[in-house]
Design a protein around this ligand. Structure first.
Ligand SMILES: CC(C)(COP(=O)(O)OP(=O)(O)OC[C@H]1O[C@@H](n2cnc3c(N)ncnc32)[C@H](O)[C@@H]1OP(=O)(O)O)[C@@H](O)C(=O)NCCC(=O)NCCS
Length: 143
């Protein structure tokens, strides 16, 4: 069974494990540093979702509401760091996280959800199966 809830600081260690699985080359982040960043994220109004499958943390999705002066002032929900642990893939965990994000966006009066996908056919198939459509060209300037 898959359930989704809002993450708390108590989930940080499990989140770091998932992020490491997603980006293995990333430098390690200490729990102390991650707690400082977590506080900054909370101050910005970020909502990190976690999915549990049969009691284990199985996936996560970072939701960033973005206040907006167009579209009658309706906000945007930006999505980042969508990751499901390898052992939990293809069991509906990702879909459950996206459904929770869509519900959150509706509750907040957002007019759209948006994300930049990694360049992977699997990820594209996943997002499209969740109702997302390829609608823009992404540009990045890495520093
Ligand atoms: C992409 C990812 C989030 C999908 O999570 P998941 O929990 O396995 O996805 P779900 O089980 O909810 O799949 C929902 C549907 O998406 C599609 N889908 C999911 N993974 C797929 C894959 N590898 N290949 C093709 N379609 C896929 C299927 O239509 C699937 O429905 P089905 O299983 O009934 O056929 C997961 O594979 C992942 O974390 N990958 C590594 C990180 C990553 O690429 N994140 C995206 C960053 S932009």
């Amino acid at each position: 069974m898959v359930t989704v809830r809002v993450a708390t600081a108590a989930d940080l260690s499990a989140l770091l494990v998932l992020y490491k699985e997603f980006n293995p080359e990333d430098p390690d982040l200490s729990i102390v540093d991650s707690m400082v960043i977590w506080a900054e994220m909370a101050a910005q109004g970020r909502i990190v979702l976690v999915a549990e499958r049969d009691g284990a943390i199985a996936g996560t999705l970072d939701c960033a509401p973005f206040a907006n002066l167009t579209r009658g002032g309706r906000p945007i929900l930006n999505l980042e760091n969508m990751v499901v642990g390898e052992a939990h893939r293809r069991h509906g965990v990702g879909r459950a996280l996206i459904s929770a994000a869509v519900e959150l966006a509706r509750q907040r009066g957002c007019y759209k959800l948006q994300l930049l996908s990694v360049d992977s056919e699997e990820a594209h198939a996943f997002y499209e199966s969740c109702g997302f459509r390829h609608a823009a060209r992404g540009y990045r300037f890495y520093l």
